[in-house]
Ligand binder design. Structure first.
Ligand SMILES: *Cc1c(COP(=O)(O)O)cnc(C)c1O
Length: 338
């Protein structure tokens, strides 16, 4: 598959590491767990949004935009990465923040909020949960147009067909690493939110004939709501690539058992996962996404879903900056639901 015909900016030097986690695998009692360090991608300080932004920002520049407009939750990694890309490109950046949990946006909060201020976001509009985010971003674009500026709307999570190309590139990078490192992976655990990561990987795997099952872990939805989103994203990416292929609905699999009580709200299984990775491998997960996604891997391992000698790859999608907005929870100092 030839990705070179799509405009792309480069924000990362080389491939992110593919590593075995010996201590963690031992502590878990199997399977053999590997990790793809997409927390080490470029932009401040990495995470899955960087791969999507390489293609999205290239598109924005091709359209002559001077400002990136995007949206997210109060501790959005995606907003922070988009701001970071805008700085590298000499552009401005504006956010629309959705208060998915009422009153959760605190301008002086730590974590990503702190980075929004440090890196100098131009403007933030805060809207209540359930608002039409596209309309809110279009309004920001209209305001900019009145000043003779040109905004480019990056969709939530960077998840559309163009953004999904970033994870097609990741699929190709993985294929090469499996070959060079002589690694045979049996299953891949990937977070499933706005679905560009899961859907982009799926399109990339199908297009490159990689037959490793993708096990999605929902961070905000159960499979009945999540799987159609992933399927739609994978198909949109496949169509943009001109693959001439129908993505089978059965190729989309996710579990919804680890995101509760609510998107971004901590639970006990997340705390265990974050502590376990930190204390066995000195790798930082985050409370909103990768802690819950790894809790899914741990939970599935304990249920016997993975065989003990299987090789399971965890895609580390980043997020560590938000740890600092949840220090007491992650240290186990506050009462949480299971
Ligand atoms: C956005 C995000 C995800 C979810 O990825 P999607 O492509 O939105 O499904 C997972 N982990 C982290 C750290 C994220 O910031």
């Amino acid at each position: 598959m030839d990705l070179s015909r799509f405009p792309r900016r480069r924000y990362t030097h080389g491939a992110t590491p593919l590593e075995f986690l010996p201590n963690f695998s031992k502590a878990l009692g199997g399977p053999k767990v590997w990790i793809k360090r997409d927390d080490m991608l470029g932009l401040t300080p990495g995470g899955n949004k960087t791969r999507k932004l390489e293609f999205l920002v290239a598109d924005a520049l091709a359209q002559g935009a001077d400002t990136l407009i995007t949206c997210g939750a109060p501790q959005s990694n995606h907003c922070r990465a988009t701001l970071s890309a805008s700085i590298k490109e000499g552009m401005k950046c504006r956010f629309v923040i959705e208060e998915r949990v009422p009153n959760s946006y605190k301008p002086d909060a730590s974590g990503n909020n702190f980075l929004f201020r440090l890196m100098g976001v131009e403007a933030i509009t805060v809207v209540p949960a359930g608002s039409n985010m596209l309309e809110a971003m279009q309004k920001v674009a209209a305001d900019l147009a009145k000043e003779g500026r040109k905004g480019y709307i990056v969709p939530g999570g960077g998840s559309n067909a163009i953004g999904g190309l970033g994870y097609v590139a990741c699929a190709q990078e993985l294929q090469q690493q499996f070959f060079e490192q002589g690694v045979q992976i049996d299953k891949i655990v990937v977070g499933s939110g706005s679905s560009g990561t899961h859907g982009g990987l799926l399109a990339g795997f199908m297009g490159n004939h990689i037959n490793i099952p993708l096990v999605g872990i929902g961070v905000s939805r159960d499979p009945a709501d999540q799987d159609p989103l992933v399927h739609k994203e994978a198909q949109a990416v496949a169509d943009l690539l001109g693959l001439n292929m129908t993505i089978p609905r059965e190729a989309v699999l996710s579990f919804g058992d680890w995101w509760r009580p609510k998107y971004s709200v901590p639970n006990q299984a997340m705390v265990e996962a974050v502590q376990m990775l930190a204390r066995t491998e000195a790798i930082l997960l985050d409370p909103v996404y990768t802690g819950k996604i790894m809790a899914g891997l741990i939970g599935l391992a304990r249920k016997g879903y993975f065989k003990r000698d299987e090789n399971v790859l965890f895609i580390h999608t980043g997020g560590a900056p938000s740890l600092h907005a949840y220090e007491a929870e992650v240290l186990g100092l506050t009462e949480l639901t299971a």
